[in-house]
Design a protein around this ligand. Structure first.
Ligand SMILES: NC(=O)c1ccc[n+]([C@@H]2O[C@H](COP(=O)([O-])OP(=O)(O)OC[C@H]3O[C@@H](n4cnc5c(N)ncnc54)[C@H](O)[C@@H]3O)[C@@H](O)[C@H]2O)c1
Ligand SMILES: O=c1ccn([C@@H]2O[C@H](COP(=O)(O)OP(=O)(O)O[C@H]3O[C@H](CO)[C@@H](O)[C@H](O)[C@H]3O)[C@@H](O)[C@H]2O)c(=O)[nH]1
Length: 445
């Protein structure tokens, strides 16, 4: 099949290259000419493991190309995939301006029957608006479909080539049949549904996963008070098949380009229909507060942060990505700076993106873990990069001026801390001091 994919962010690029890998002819379009020049020159504007090689392979095979010319791409395709951004507006609602603009341009470009598939995450009813806008600008017949995307950054190719499920929201047989044929090499688990339900499945899935994270973070906060270990609690809970192990890692809260924006958008979608989504509002509030536990823990140890030097390892919202959209590190570092601390930050690949949005005279971007940690009054770990796991707590202690380690991702085990003189605060686990576990007071029962 011939596909035009509009937008070369994570979703457009990864799904475009994966469709190409399946043997389809794919033209990826972006209005940002620098992105297209990079892609044509063999560079990839985002960091995603394996993506560069897969793009190169499919370009060589002659099945994948990049252009800024949306009209030409649409005219040479049977299926047009919309994968443009739907960022948050200041009130939390999804900004649909890129979607509407793309729909208009697609409508103007149509030159015969095509299926227009929306992969962007959009509020319920948006695909119907897309249909109206295209119809307004085109005299050719077309059909629409909602095929939401569930890939995760960092494992995007694996997720796309081996998805848990494909959701196809469509109204007519021709669309259902064509899209089943397109996706069937990926999985047998293809669910056909109506367009509005497909749109809602995406938001409900992200909201549910975000809820799991906020739930376990609250359990972690209680574990700290009662002297239990949240990693053990999550493990024990996860053995129940109805609960499962995934998305029960306590930490500093979720970030990234999706959960924060999609949870906010779903609250707004509900609100517009006069429904107060109380549970999701709490999930968002808990998530926002969780990142400040890092500050509270630092203050518990150091009291005053003004004049202190704090090392930070990890700026990306999660490992294996250079994406810093809504990364907890942004607010944590901003808070440290506002309290008068000096921050030495290191991330294996996200420092450049981070420094584009956060510059401060007291914020220094370091070239490696040691440079960041040396002579600091405390080290905070904010992203669980494997590179950090490999560094022993002993070595960290030898680099720091004061032996304070705040581990926001529970990287180290009790065993690894034994024998060190570190004061170690993690998430939802007993604090360690000089290699010894601190006992919480026993509950009066
Ligand atoms: N990032 C993810 O991991 C992920 C996963 C699943 C779903 N989603 C959803 O997919 C959508 C895209 O996300 P993303 O992170 O890939 O977006 P992004 O914002 O990183 O990239 C979107 C790209 O679309 C381009 N664009 C916008 N309007 C255009 C137009 N009219 N013509 C050509 N190009 C245009 C922009 O220049 C940009 O490069 C969002 O709705 C998002 O919520 C994202
Ligand atoms: O147990 C967990 C799991 C995740 N996180 C955090 O949650 C955020 C999101 O992680 P993840 O879901 O792995 O990354 P994303 O790439 O944002 O992917 C999510 O958002 C995408 C965009 O909608 C969806 O397509 C994916 O299915 C969905 O997992 C990150 O900050 C993680 O640190 C936790 O704190 N604890």
């Amino acid at each position: 099949m011939k596909l035009a994919v509009i937008g070369t962010g994570y979703v457009g690029l990864v799904s475009g290259v994966c469709f190409s890998e399946l043997g389809n002819d794919v033209i990826c379009v972006d209005k940002i000419s620098s992105k297209i020049s990079m892609l044509n020159g063999g560079e990839v504007p985002i960091y995603e493991p394996g993506l560069k090689q897969l793009i190169a392979h499919n370009k060589e095979e002659g099945r994948l190309s990049f252009t800024t010319d949306l009209t030409e791409a649409v005219r040479n395709s049977d299926i047009v995939v919309i994968a443009v951004g739907t960022p948050s507006m200041s009130n939390g609602q999804a900004n649909l301006s890129y979607i509407m603009e793309a729909a208009k341009e697609i409508g103007q470009a149509l030159n015969g029957f095509k299926i227009i598939v929306t992969k962007s995450t959009v509020p319920v009813g948006t695909n119907e608006k897309i249909r109206d806008i295209i119809a307004e600008h085109s005299m050719y017949p077309f059909e629409i479909a909602s095929v939401p995307e569930f890939l995760r950054e960092g494992t995007a190719i694996e997720d796309t080539l081996h998805p848990d499920r494909i959701i196809i929201g469509a109204a007519t047989e021709i669309v259902k049949e064509t899209l089943i044929e397109l996706h069937s090499p990926l999985t047998n688990n293809i669910m056909i549904t109506d367009i509005r339900s497909a749109e809602m499945i995406k938001y409900a899935s992200n909201a549910f996963l975000a809820t799991k994270i906020s739930f376990i973070n609250e359990i972690a906060n209680i574990c700290e008070k009662v002297g239990a270990d949240v990693t053990q609690v999550a493990r024990g809970m996860g053995y129940d098949k109805r609960i499962g192990h995934s998305f029960l890692k306590a930490g500093i809260g979720y970030g990234g380009s999706c959960f924060p924006k999609d949870t906010q958008a779903l609250v707004q979608i509900a609100g517009q229909m006069d429904y107060d989504f109380k549970l999701l509002k709490s999930v968002i509030e808990v998530n926002h507060d969780q990142r400040f536990n890092i500050i509270r823990k630092l203050e518990a140890i150091l009291k005053e942060l003004s004049g202190r030097t704090i090392a930070v390892w990890g700026l990306a919202f999660k490992p294996e990505t250079d994406d810093i959209r809504d990364a907890p590190a942004l607010e944590i570092i901003s808070s440290l700076l506002s309290k008068g601390a000096r921050v030495k930050a290191y991330d294996p690949i996200a420092s450049k993106n981070f420094s584009n949005v956060l510059q401060h005279e007291c914020l220094e971007y370091c070239n490696n873990v040691r440079e960041a940690a040396e002579n600091a009054d405390a080290l905070c770990i904010l992203t669980e990069w494997n590179e950090f796991r490999e560094i022993s707590p002993d070595l960290i202690q030898s680099w720091l001026k004061l032996p304070n380690l705040i581990d926001g991702r529970n990287l180290y085990s009790e065993e690894e801390l034994k024998g060190t003189q570190l004061i170690y605060y993690s998430v939802g686990r007993p604090n360690m001091n000089n290699g010894i576990k601190e006992q919480s007071p026993i509950l009066s029962i």
